[in-house]
Design a protein around this ligand. Structure first.
Ligand SMILES: [Zn+2]
Length: 315
């Protein structure tokens, strides 16, 4: 029995997403099979793709014309609290108290996310589009515009080089607002979702302009539902509440009167000053998130679109 732990580890190592990916990759243009050995080449339409080096040194496939290296770290600058795991340094504790982020029902929120990410236990196949260098679970395949961090595939989200129905869960967190064509991105996310699987989208609603790589859209609850085919069961709700929206907007307003860029001085200092005064307002969300007004004024909204088990995949 003593070796069972070791076996488990071996299994986990064998399941690295890049291995999983080999069998899931197809040509983004025609969905034909790919030669993946020396060259990356579509056997059906003859389109050639390239290999690039990811942020962690692995060779990863690139399906975009520009495969250059770059920095996507700014993507989540304003939303670091939303996605980073809890840390316990004094500074991060202070940030949690006076920062704009706050979620009264954080446990339920995390529980919902964990349920999606582990719908089929450790075997759950997740795809994160626009992962920004992170890996949500050891089995998560990551797609991004640039080969940052742990990116597994460099591709355009409107044309995923992935087989239909490949994933139990597809993750779109603060990504659709940065896509010029969010409908096509949602359609692709839906296409690669397996029957019985789900797409999770977390989007800003009442949030100030935040660029990189371009800030195009805001999504209401109706807009989120309209991203998926009619008759789809789409559950929607509040991510960050109206209190967070107010604190965030007012502190941004104050800081923007005197600054253009995102530098420490004057922007970050002014914003911190405003937050010191305004942060108690975010605790209104303790009450507000329970009211019908929450979805009208929320800072962020989420949707979980479930694909029926008997859904016939279109190729
Ligand atoms: Zn092709």
């Amino acid at each position: 029995m003593w070796h069972s732990g070791k076996q488990k580890l071996a299994v986990r190592e064998a399941m690295h997403p890049s291995e999983l990916l080999r069998e899931l990759l197809v040509c983004p243009v025609c969905h034909g099979e790919l030669d993946q050995d020396a060259e990356l080449l579509c056997r059906a339409c003859g389109t050639r793709y390239s290999w690039v080096t990811a942020g962690d040194g692995r060779r990863v496939p690139c399906f975009r014309a520009e495969c250059g290296e770059g920095d996507l770290s700014q993507t989540r600058t304003h939303w670091a609290l939303a996605t980073s795991p809890d840390r316990d340094t004094a500074l991060s504790k202070l940030r949690r108290i006076i920062g704009a982020g706050y979620m009264p029902r954080r446990r339920a929120w995390e529980g919902m996310r964990q349920e999606l990410l582990t719908a089929r236990g450790e075997e759950t196949r997740t795809l994160e589009i626009g992962a920004g260098g992170r890996r949500l679970t050891p089995r998560t395949v990551t797609v991004d515009l640039l080969p940052v961090g742990s990116t597994d595939v460099v591709a355009d989200a409107t044309r995923l080089p992935l087989r239909s129905g490949s994933f139990d869960c597809v993750w779109l967190e603060f990504v659709l607002d940065h896509c010029a064509d969010p409908r096509s991105v949602a359609a692709e996310a839906w296409r690669v979702t397996a029957s019985g699987g789900a797409v999770f989208a977390h989007v800003p609603w009442i949030v100030f302009y935040h660029d990189f790589p371009g800030d195009y859209w805001r999504f209401s609850v109706e807009a989120l539902r309209a991203l998926f085919p009619e008759q789809t069961k789409v559950e929607t709700g509040v991510g960050y509440g109206p209190g967070v929206a107010a604190v965030s907007l007012l502190s941004e307003l104050w800081a923007r009167i005197f600054s253009e860029g995102d530098g420490i001085w004057p922007y970050a200092v002014l914003r911190a000053m405003a937050l010191l005064v305004l942060f108690p307002w975010k605790y209104l969300d303790l009450v507000l998130v329970r009211t019908p007004a929450a979805q009208r004024l929320a800072s962020t909204l989420y949707a979980v679109a479930r694909k029926p088990v008997d859904f016939a995949p279109s190729r």
